[in-house]
Ligand binder design. Sequence first.
Ligand code: NAG
Ligand code: NAG
Ligand code: NAG
Length: 500
Amino acid sequence: MFRLILCLAALTVALAYKNPHYASGRTTMVHLFEWKWDDIAAECERFLGPRGFGGVQVSPVNENLVLWSHQRPWWERYQPISYRLVTRSGNEQQFTNMVRRCNNVGVRIYVDAIINHMTGTWSTNTGTGGSTANFGQWHYPAVPYGRNDFNFPHCVITGNDYRCCADRVRNCELSNLKDLNQGTEYVRTQIVNFMNHLIRLGVAGFRIDAAKHMWPADLRVIYDRLHNLNTAHGFPAGARPYIYQEVIDLGNEAVSRNEYTPLAAVTEFRFGMELSRAFKGGNQLRWLFNWGTAWGLLASGDALTFIDNHDNQRGHGAGGDILTYKQPKQYRGAIAFMLAHPYGRPQLMSSFAFTNTEAGPPMDNSGNIISPSINSDTSCGNGWVCEHRWRQIFSMVAFRNRVGNTAVTNWWDNGSNQIAFCRGNQGFVAFNNDYWNLSQTLQTCLPAGNYCDIISGWKSGNNCTGKRITVGSDGRASITLGAGEYDMVLAIHTGTESRL
Ligand SMILES: *[C@@H]1O[C@H](CO)[C@@H](O)[C@H](O)[C@H]1NC(C)=O
Ligand SMILES: *[C@@H]1O[C@H](CO)[C@@H](O)[C@H](O)[C@H]1NC(C)=O
Ligand SMILES: *[C@@H]1O[C@H](CO)[C@@H](O)[C@H](O)[C@H]1NC(C)=O
């Protein structure tokens, strides 16, 4: 009995960190990669809040090393020099203002927390807020950290370590980044103070960067010292931060994602890999009929899911064969499947355009990030892709919000790459990734009526700008999706009925 109570207690604790605490009816977050805090605040108010987005993952908030003035690679933000809230995205006052404004419109903020390491050794040593470091002395006076706060003896992770040696993956340096020892009380305290400061400012949780490079037992101590979310920002009393840990585990790893799910949620990299493969034609869509744990994915509530993230969209991390904005039709298909299917907690990627995989965000001659401009058709300019503003993507966020936690029903496939399914008498979606047209009368499970397809258009007044689908009293509808169409998806849901 006592053992059972202990087990239940451990389970309750882990579950506590797996709730994103979205505002009611919201389901999806977007990573606004390298956006400035003022721009995110505006985006929450003008777009994300009204469109029903649940939250934003922001780029690292604490001061990072400035590598070079002429070139500012995106990864400089993964080289912390202090825990002061000052980066190219903005200062503490701007961050505080953003969190407040986003929470006010029901959009939560999640911080990419870099707690595994500090900087590498470079020829420059000044941060975005003017703090300095002495790399030879392992000295970061603005924290302060010194030699004893890092793992010793000094070693660097090699490719082979990922297969053989969990201790080296955790105790050696990732890409020569000075590796903090989270086993010491002093280091834990600095990290906890940093994260609790952000909780006080109203954030809803954290992405734990490089979690597989830290010992789970150390992370547990850190998580359990975090404060409850700030009720002054609309969180319920006693709410724990949502924590999703970056653990890249595509199999055959010395460090397993399963070592981290007892603590909190985990980034499920197999999700985007498998869906990218399928929507690129490397696997038939019909096999997605049992999408989820049957595919070796984590339990749904444990998984932060995404097609691409800022690392693998440029071939870093578990990169390689991931769909991105650069293959828009297949990408929109994979994203639509992610959002239409109940598995996981989805995160969208919102990118700046790049060809050079090292390049940082659009910047002016002084190194300041240039804000995205908003075009009259709601898309972005100034070098920003803004996938979250693609109609086919934000409309599927509304679809997911609408169908809630309902199960997949009425699965149909044609034995290859044409599939369709329903969600809880609220939504219906069809995909055609074949070279042949789809033209079928299918069971939609929706109430009789005329519905506007939210992929080819939208509901405008009493009419549809795109396809109009007529569902009969038997729930069936004639569905056509030409192989040559701009999109491979058709989606309808209740709430978008046309009167015509
Ligand atoms: C499914 O589609 C494929 C390709 O479009 C086609 O070759 C096949 O005949 C279809 N199968 C069925 C059962 O309709
Ligand atoms: C409704 O929209 C369709 C497709 O855009 C269009 O062809 C049709 O004329 C519209 N009907 C009315 C009454 O506006
Ligand atoms: C597929 O549909 C398109 C229109 O969407 C049509 O032009 C084409 O002829 C069709 N192809 C076949 C093989 O039926």
